[in-house]
Design a protein. Structure first.
Length: 155
């Protein structure tokens, strides 16, 4: 039984070693394009949070622009040669997503810092997105981002 499990697991592990970064890029792209598109069309559940956090901008302008930024990040993470700039845009976006923790602390925590609300959990999960960005950034070196490597591929 143990040998069978180990064989299956290590076969799976070898396959994931070959394809995991591509899957991670696709997953991030889906999240960013989906959430960004919702902001562009005015259907985002996070719209009120954005409005309360960035209260000094007109929400009817800022929220769709934020959505466009998110869609650009999502599409950029799929194009290998755009990964360096896309990672920078993503990390800047991630910094901004933590603003509510400081500006709207009561919306983020029932008891600071150990009992996050649903909004707080929504923000805390961004540590996973940041880690994913670091993994992707660590994978692609200058040689991997030549003009010949333009689109999604398995390398």
């Amino acid at each position: 039984m143990k040998t069978t499990f180990n064989t299956l697991y290590f076969n799976f592990s070898n396959t994931m070693e070959k394809h995991s970064i591509l899957l991670l890029r696709i997953a991030l792209a889906i999240v960013y394009v989906w959430f960004g598109a919702l902001k562009v069309v005015g259907m985002s559940p996070a719209e009120e949070l954005v409005q309360k956090t960035v209260f000094w901008f007109k929400p009817e302008i800022f929220v769709p622009l934020l959505g466009i930024w998110e869609v650009i990040i999502g599409l950029g993470i799929l194009v290998k040669r755009f990964i360096p700039i896309t990672i920078v845009l993503l990390l800047l976006h991630m910094v901004a997503t933590f603003f509510p923790v400081f500006i709207l602390q009561k919306a983020c925590f029932e008891a600071f810092p150990y009992c996050p609300t649903l909004v707080g959990q929504y923000i805390i999960k961004n540590f996973v997105i940041i880690s994913a960005a670091f993994v992707i950034a660590g994978k692609y070196k200058q040689k991997d981002l030549s003009p010949d490597n333009i689109l999604i591929d398995v390398n």
